[in-house]
Design a binder for this molecule. Structure first.
Ligand code: TYM
Length: 329
């Protein structure tokens, strides 16, 4: 049987949050099965769409690679690479840009959000970012793309681009599908549970960083915003409570019904401590492995170099095919 191809990426802008982990990274780890072949990358080109500090970007790219391994990406099995090390992504992006309508890009909610947030730097890269993301996916012939809810629209655009290109130039690309977790495709902020948890939040109490110390994690959950209802339930409009229960289910493997039954009659204090403990149990071993890889620079370099070589070979095949299809060769 032919293996299903998986591709996903994460931007090296800050340390990933619990949201990144539950929404995407945990799924990345779990998808490394015998019937699948996974490519995972640190999307450093994507990080340039907001103003960046070169030294910081270099360091964050490196620590993101170490963290992905710590989260369970096995680089012997799944090529792990840095996006800019595989030059074919940017080349394919040009072809796909010529197959994408501005109307489609205008509809991207992330572009709207980010151009509001960075109103002094609404650059063309921010606008065409979803085209580069489509290139990332299509260049590996990915069937499935594990992402959180906020990236679903971009994967759907990649689907539409693939279908349009195939119709115009003949079967060239696999049409990909987004894959999201059962619980936690959208983990919300702890201080503002109506907005997603984000690593660029200005209030550090709003998110759990994957490198937060256990005592800090406990403190942040204790401060989490909930509501004035006396009971713990998963219900419409109860954003803070729903978010805590979702995180609890994601980290313990319990169903929502089991979680709600467990906290029947209990107060928020008990729920918050239980959620924090479940998160700490999940994150602590990751932090230990992360430190080991950060201390072994040579090994990390070897891994991403090999990953880029493996990814580059596959990417070149698709790029050649696409160039031929449009009449460039
Ligand atoms: P990025 O770096 O913003 O986020 C990485 C992954 O984490 C998920 N995520 C969340 N999931 C649940 N709750 C949250 N609060 C939360 N915040 C983030 C995101 O959905 C994502 O899956 N453009 C991408 C990176 C990228 C990519 C790709 C992804 C570049 N090329 C190709 C897939 C395929 C991004 O900015 O993700």
């Amino acid at each position: 049987m032919e293996k299903k191809i998986i591709l996903s990426g994460i931007k090296p802008t800050g340390i990933p949050t619990l949201g990144n982990y539950i929404g995407a990274l945990r799924n990345w780890r779990q998808m490394q099965e015998d019937d699948k072949y996974c490519y995972y990358m640190v999307a450093d080109l994507h990080a340039l769409t907001v103003r960046n500090d070169p030294k910081e970007l270099r360091e964050q790219t490196r620590s993101m690679a170490a963290l992905l391994i710590a989260c369970g990406i096995d680089p012997e099995r799944s090529p792990l690479f840095i996006q800019s090390h595989v030059h074919q992504h940017a080349e394919l992006s040009w072809l796909l840009g010529c197959t994408t309508y501005m109307g489609e890009l205008n509809r991207m909610t992330q572009f709207k959000d980010k151009s509001q947030k960075h109103s002094d730097n609404i650059n063309a890269g921010l606008y065409t970012y979803p085209v580069l993301m489509a290139a990332d996916i299509l260049i590996y012939g990915a069937h499935m793309v594990p992402v959180g809810d906020d990236q679903k629209q971009h994967v759907e655009l990649a689907r539409n681009i693939a279908i349009r290109f195939n119709n115009a130039f003949g079967e060239t690309f696999v049409v990909p599908e987004p894959v999201m977790p059962k619980f936690g495709a959208r983990i919300m902020g702890l201080q503002d549970p109506e907005h997603k948890m984000s690593k660029t939040d200005t209030n550090p109490n709003g998110y759990i960083s994957m490198l937060d110390e256990p005592a800090v994690i406990m403190k942040k959950f204790k401060k989490a915003v909930t509501d004035c209802e006396p009971t713990i339930a998963y219900a419409e409009g109860r954003h803070g409570c729903n978010n805590l229960l979702t995180i609890y289910c994601a980290c313990t493997g319990k169903t929502m019904a089991e979680a709600v039954a467990e906290f029947e009659g209990a107060g928020y204090g008990k729920l918050k401590v239980a959620v924090a403990e479940a998160v700490i149990a999940e994150i602590e071993p990751i932090q230990a492995t992360f430190k080991r890889y950060m201390d072994d620079e040579a090994e990390l370099d070897r891994i991403v170099k090999k990953g880029a070589q493996q990814a580059g070979e596959r990417a070149q095949l698709t790029l050649d095919k696409a160039y031929r299809a449009v009449g460039l060769r």
